[in-house]
Ligand binder design. Structure first.
Ligand code: 6PG
Length: 264
């Protein structure tokens, strides 16, 4: 059993510090299993948004292992992605494509439970974002308006403080209305598709997965520093009614005030 410490940062969330990357993946997989089971117990669909990047990959591999797979109510889940690169599913850069290849196609999940952004049919990024909103509204029962409520939104955080595809140098963090956003990210010189803050913050639970020493400085800035969503877009994630949880490993948490070896 790995040791785990918890720091309650109020509206900045609850930080669960786990030993290492493997423990982080295990905690994330357990979180997802629990959300799916709760939804099943309530006779509901579980709207799940998976994050991109490398951190969630180990979680996906674990979810294919028998003891985890047995704990997940795959049948009630509808899978979406909090953000996507403007690449085809076949690309190794595709968040949805990688998740499908790593675990979803090996899980008892049908194709109509997996909802990737449309980067395949030659439409524009803006049209893809509009279509994604429509798809989310369909599965969340909000066709007539209101903000869809996800059961669980996994997000990562880059070492520049970005999350989803809300990057420094863009204005998307200030868009308080759009559920889905297509925009050009200057620092990447690439188009990106992303949940808007309004959609992420409507979720019942948002979970950041942050691991590695390379994130220690930015994690301290995001959690303990001045709030500035232009410099650290991750700070725009503040669930309105839901919970905000950070699952981080010791290496990423090394500089936090509440951690064992934080700099006092
Ligand atoms: C993406 C992600 C992005 C990611 C962070 C952290 O499309 O790149 O959604 O927001 O979560 O960059 O990535 P790592 O987990 O690989 O550090």
């Amino acid at each position: 059993m790995t040791t785990e410490r918890v720091i309650d940062l109020g509206e900045r969330g609850t930080v669960r510090i786990v030993e290492n990357g493997e423990a982080l993946a295990q905690a994330a997989a357990a979180e997802f299993a629990q959300v799916s089971q709760s939804a099943a117990d309530a006779g509901r669909t579980a709207l799940i948004a998976l994050s991109g990047g490398s951190t969630p990959k180990r979680m996906g591999q674990l979810l294919n292992e028998p003891d985890y797979a047995a704990r997940v109510r795959w049948d009630v889940c509808q899978f979406f992605w909090g953000d996507e690169r403007w690449v085809p599913l076949s690309s190794p850069d595709s968040n949805a494509g990688e998740a499908m290849r790593i675990f979803l196609t090996n899980a008892p999940v049908s194709n109509d439970q997996m909802h990737s952004w449309d980067t395949e049919t030659g439409i524009s990024p803006a049209e893809a974002a509009a279509r994604y909103e429509h798809k989310i509204r369909k599965y969340s029962g909000t066709r007539d308006g209101g903000v869809p409520v996800f059961d669980l939104v996994f997000v990562g955080m880059g070492d520049d403080g970005h999350t989803l595809s809300l990057f420094p140098g863009t204005t998307a963090m200030h868009d308080t209305e759009s559920l889905t956003i297509a925009h050009h990210v200057p620092k990447l010189n690439a188009d990106r598709l992303t949940f808007g803050p309004a959609l992420a913050n409507a979720a019942k639970k948002v979970v950041f997965l942050v691991g590695g020493a390379g994130k220690a400085a930015i994690l301290k800035q995001v959690l303990e520093g001045e709030v500035n969503i232009d410099l650290t877009p991750s700070q725009v994630i503040r669930p309105t009614n839901g919970t905000l949880e950070w699952i981080v490993d010791e290496a990423a948490a090394a500089n936090l005030e509440g951690s064992a070896d934080g700099n006092r």
